[in-house]
Design a protein. Structure first.
Length: 276
């Protein structure tokens, strides 16, 4: 059934428009013998004060983030049982050393590819001219010297450091938010520039206010349930996009919008790099 009242389609970026960094986390856990979903839980349990959360709000520069991120993830004293989304919590490691820079680099390189199917859908929505197309992302948009800030790495630890080499390590040769990504959207709402992040209600409300809509006039696509629940509480319609499940999500979206987003013989692999 269509939703004729909708005035905007809001997309998450990582895990929806681009490949999910959760894939890199899962691979890292397998390689290091870490229980499945441990890292996600270790990030979440820190609440708003964690390194990940601060970095997404633009409150930390890169190398201090690496250090605190690795230290927090390596802290096995925190009790994660209450938030472990598994029938039984597996045995947790007694000691752990997670390199924050290595893990974050893998996550960013993993999420550097577009889902061509979603990119094509965005193009069709914008071509229809009926809806605002908005990105709402927890992101790290500062690049070049800004992301280093006033805390560059020590020469002893990183003797060959340069801003450009670090951006290349992260897969950010064109910046954390490449121009070709921003160009897909009418508006790009980025947590690190807005000082708020999902699932904080304020960032959803600000995205709506910037685009002259009410939350009830938007449909929001995200891969994470907690972000969708926050949007639903504000009155948004929502669609979850599971890893590898963009086609099913787009089928739901085209039913709401009443336009074709998926036909035309387009049959990419599960993840096909965009040709933007």
């Amino acid at each position: 059934m269509t939703s004729p009242h909708l005035k905007a389609v809001i997309f998450d970026v990582g895990g929806v428009v681009c490949r999910s960094p959760l894939i890199a986390i899962a691979a890292y856990e397998r390689e290091h013998g870490i229980p499945n979903n441990y890292i996600n839980c270790a990030i979440t349990v820190r609440g708003s004060s964690g390194a990940w959360q601060k970095f997404e709000r633009g409150e930390m520069s890169l190398f201090p983030f690496y250090k605190q991120f690795g230290r927090e993830l390596s802290d096995t004293k925190l009790r994660l049982y209450d938030i472990y989304v598994l029938p039984e919590c597996p045995k947790l490691p007694e000691t752990l050393h997670i390199d924050g820079r290595e893990l974050f680099g893998r996550m960013m390189r993993e999420s550097g590819e577009f889902d061509e199917r979603v990119v094509e859908a965005i193009r069709r929505i914008r071509a229809a001219g009926k809806w605002r197309v908005i990105a709402l992302t927890n992101n790290f948009s500062k690049s070049d010297a800004d992301i280093i800030g006033d805390a560059p790495p020590s020469p002893a630890q990183h003797p060959n450091f340069s801003v450009q080499s670090e951006l290349e390590f992260l897969g950010w040769q064109d910046g954390a938010t490449p121009p070709r990504l921003r160009a897909l959207f009418d508006d790009f709402c980025d947590s690190s520039t807005l000082g708020m992040r999902k699932p904080e209600p304020g960032i959803y409300l600000l995205a709506c206010a910037r685009n002259g809509i009410k939350p009830s006039e938007a449909v929001f696509l995200d891969d994470l349930g907690m972000n969708l629940k926050a949007a639903q509480a504000l009155g948004m319609e929502t669609i979850q996009v599971p890893i590898g499940g963009s086609l099913g999500a787009l089928k739901k979206l085209e039913a709401k919008l009443g336009i074709d987003l998926t036909s035309g013989g387009f049959e990419p692999t599960e993840w096909t790099p965009s040709k933007l």
